[in-house]
Design a protein around this ligand. Structure first.
Ligand code: CMC
Length: 431
């Protein structure tokens, strides 16, 4: 980090100025450090949606939106997708380096031995209505982990933080599968320690007492790959939420539960569910043109779900990988889904349309992922839950990084007040 250059902001008429340091990271544009701006000039900065604002320094993930680059701890996503596994990637995000064989065996063993839910948490589920959305159950159940482990956690203790990370990564699939099974009235399944992470999850999802389950290596590989691609994405809305909650000193379970609720929105992780619903609504390739027309119409609030990204303005490298794997996975599973044709036609139509070209709107990670989840028999309402399982690795890595950063302060943005000026209270009989 070279902090030697400065940028001078001068307010000539009011004779105020501020000499602001320019901060550079290893990669990416330099940032003007405005920390002293208010003290020097009495001004705040205004950046709704944080289009030009870096909220933190971080060494976990790097994105170059113009070039379509995504790196976890320096490793290109394409290489991790091809060569790594979700658990190895989670280790990398948490620890900064790929594990040695021994380190990985130890990590996998720790994860495997923290997968069970507290029996009382099962009772907690009984309070939900049978058709509750799984994301609602997931957020509430993860927040409730604070009630089970609160006394164990000292957020200033590195070992405690590590244990919380292990617990969260380990228990998320167990809780997620319970959300699904509760919604369809199936008995919960205990995690099988003889299975690997993704197979264990698929077993907890789909095993029924009446017949043995044959696990598909194709399904496991596809899901593992999707988990790698979703594992982290620097300061997105849910990760920033985790950090904001974490900055108050809140425990990790409460912080991650907040991330889950932020992820749920259709502009963020909820887009994968919205994409599938949109494709079903479009129904057939010949209706694609109408959908594109609607998405361009400013009087219609319909948007092409799975299209556009705040950072990627060329292509989303995750979408590129998922697009290729969709064809492969559906082929290997022998699934012929007409929605794939609708999706391909929609992508083709949008990519040659001036509206989308001018605004640099490309398919994002959520555009094709739903078609794969559907081929794996994962119900639409569970799609964002899948995203949450994977993103837990990134969220908790950021939460830990935040606690390891010296001098971290509570997150507390300011505002431009646009309400009424000061006025006197008027008694009810005089209003
Ligand atoms: N369909 C139609 N128009 C769009 C779309 C879309 N999907 N996305 C952006 N636009 C238009 C938007 O109306 C605006 O037009 P104009 O300049 O004429 O006002 C322009 O493109 C810029 O859009 P924006 O809303 O200012 O961009 P943003 O960076 O604030 O929002 C986004 C990014 C991802 C929220 C947005 O593109 C969107 O809503 N996409 C659909 C939802 C989606 O797929 N979300 C998943 C994002 S990737 C995974 C994740 O984060 O979880």
């Amino acid at each position: 980090m070279s902090d030697t250059k400065t940028v001078k902001l001068v307010d000539e008429p009011n004779k105020r100025s501020s000499e602001l340091p320019l901060l550079s990271g290893t990669l990416g544009p330099a940032c003007v450090d405005i920390g002293t701006l208010y003290k020097d000039t009495g001004y705040f900065t205004y950046d709704p949606g944080y289009g030009s604002t870096a909220s933190t320094k971080s060494a976990i993930t790097y994105i170059d939106g113009d070039q379509g680059v995504l790196l976890y701890r320096g490793y290109p996503i394409e290489q991790l997708a091809e060569k790594s596994s979700f658990l190895e990637t989670a280790y990398l995000l948490l620890n900064g380096e790929l594990p040695s064989k021994d380190q990985f065996v130890k990590f996998e063993d720790q994860i495997t031995h923290h997968t069970m839910m507290h029996e009382s948490l099962k009772d907690f589920f009984k309070g939900f209505h049978h058709d509750a959305h799984p994301m609602a159950m997931l957020a509430a159940s993860v927040a409730s982990l604070s009630a089970f482990y609160h006394d164990d956690i000292d957020v200033d203790n590195a070992e405690d933080r590590k244990l919380a990370a292990i617990r969260l990564i380990a228990k998320m699939p167990t809780i997620a599968a319970a959300c699904f099974r509760y919604s369809i009235g199936w008995p919960f399944r205990y995690p099988r320690n003889n299975l690997e992470y993704v197979d264990r999850f698929l077993h907890m999802m789909f095993e029924v007492p009446s017949e043995p389950l044959t696990l598909s290596p194709v399904a496991a590989k596809a899901l593992d790959l999707l988990f790698i691609l979703h594992a982290d994405h620097e300061q997105n809305a849910s990760t920033s939420t985790v950090r904001l909650v974490g900055s108050t000193g809140a425990n990790p379970y409460a912080s991650i539960a907040a991330g889950i609720t932020a992820l749920w929105g259709p502009a963020h992780g909820g887009a994968n569910e919205a994409v599938l619903k949109m494709l079903e609504e479009i129904g057939s390739a010949d209706k694609v043109e109408t959908a594109v027309k609607r998405a361009k119409d400013k009087n219609d609030n319909f948007r092409l779900m799975g299209f556009g990204h705040r950072v990627y303005k060329n292509f989303d490298p995750r979408a590129k990988i998922i697009r290729e794997m969709t064809h492969k996975v559906l082929g290997e599973l022998g699934v012929n889904d007409p929605l794939l044709e609708v999706a391909m036609k929609l992508e083709e139509a949008a990519l040659k349309d001036d509206y989308f070209v001018e605004r640099k709107l490309y398919p994002n990670v959520d555009f094709y992922s739903g078609i794969i989840y559907k081929a794996l028999n994962i119900p639409t309402e569970m799609f964002t839950v899948m995203f949450a399982i994977a993103r837990t690795a990134g969220w908790i890595a950021h939460w830990i990084e935040q606690h390891e950063t010296p001098g971290a302060r509570i997150g507390r943005p300011r505002q431009i007040y646009t309400g009424a000026n000061v006025r006197d209270y008027v008694p009810a009989d005089k209003r």
